[in-house]
Design a protein around this ligand. Sequence first.
Ligand code: ASP
Ligand code: MG
Length: 383
Amino acid sequence: MSVVVQKFGGSSVADVPKLERVADKVVATRESGVDVVVVISAMGKTTDQLLGLAHQVDPNPPRRELDMLLTTGERVSMALLSMAIQKRGCDAISFTGSQSGIMTNDRHFDARIIEVRPWRLEDELARGRVVIVAGYQGMSYRREITTLGRGGSDTTAIALAAALGADRAEIYSDVDGVYSADPRVVPDARHLPELTYEQMQEMAEAGAKVLNSTAVEFAKRARIAIHARSTFADGRQTVVHEGASDEGSAAVVGQKDLARVRVAAGDLAKALGLADELGLSVRQSGLDGAEASLIVSAGGPDWARARAALEAGGCAVEAGLGAVTVVARELGGRPAVMASAMTALAAEAIELRGVQTAPLRWTGLVDAARVDDAVRAVHAVMG
Ligand code: ASP
Ligand code: MG
């Protein structure tokens, strides 16, 4: 029998009535005659609330204990969903990430899946059960509980689809796919029916929240098609797959919470090593004459501590930055597109604090507070 992996995000299970509707949907899929694996996120804003609790106790909580705490969110929703499905007369069973055989490295709070051993899940599917897996978590080879980075349930879904031989994963959220910009920021953004892995990965890395960037990377490697859909509205979807056309799918993405770290050119390698030690994700690094700099994500739980360590290590840290990124095919070879983005920013008096280009991407650094304005201005001229 073919296996379908369906992942439901936190907004799809924000309260019990919504969770009941997800249960209806899962049961209908099961009754269509396929094996169903459901990957579930924590209810609503649970993960943020748990993080908030941790920070009340310690502004720099130990990462291992954070993982112990945060994984409980998905454990709540998986158990409730299993109950709701069983109540409908459909056999179901829920598992944590470690019970599902999701093995990771030991980098707490930002672990990477290195192997999936899905035998337990396969046995339960063979018994005719719907299998529900807690997203966003696994177990390290030291048998420690880990989490996969924010939004990591998508990665769980793709990794399971690959391990179970599914050819696609359905990712359900409160939006019906991917748009040419975040529709909450740009109301007239265009819906994009299909995207290549490369475009989606650039968008996710540039800060698009619809799909997790590691999940897209895994999907590309295992050739899993991603169907991004809305949980409660039938109709449109975005399919990220190998055969997608890359025409007409230019998109603009904003990101806040970035910082620039400046060092002398000779200290770049040292600064990169330090960033790695501190668990910072480095978005870009560059060297120009005597000056070198890195752009890092400044939003994680360890940022305050990381910033202090960078400054103690002789780096100058400029926080409060954000970025606006255009993703489009052959962008690197089309300077006119980049020029129009820059002109659009200037017309809104948005100061450009740096520029980076890559084959599919143009990124302008701006003040974090102006990111939404920048996305609107650039989107308006991207057509
Ligand atoms: N609950 C986790 C988060 O909010 C994982 C996820 O939703 O994918 O980041
Ligand atoms: Mg979540």
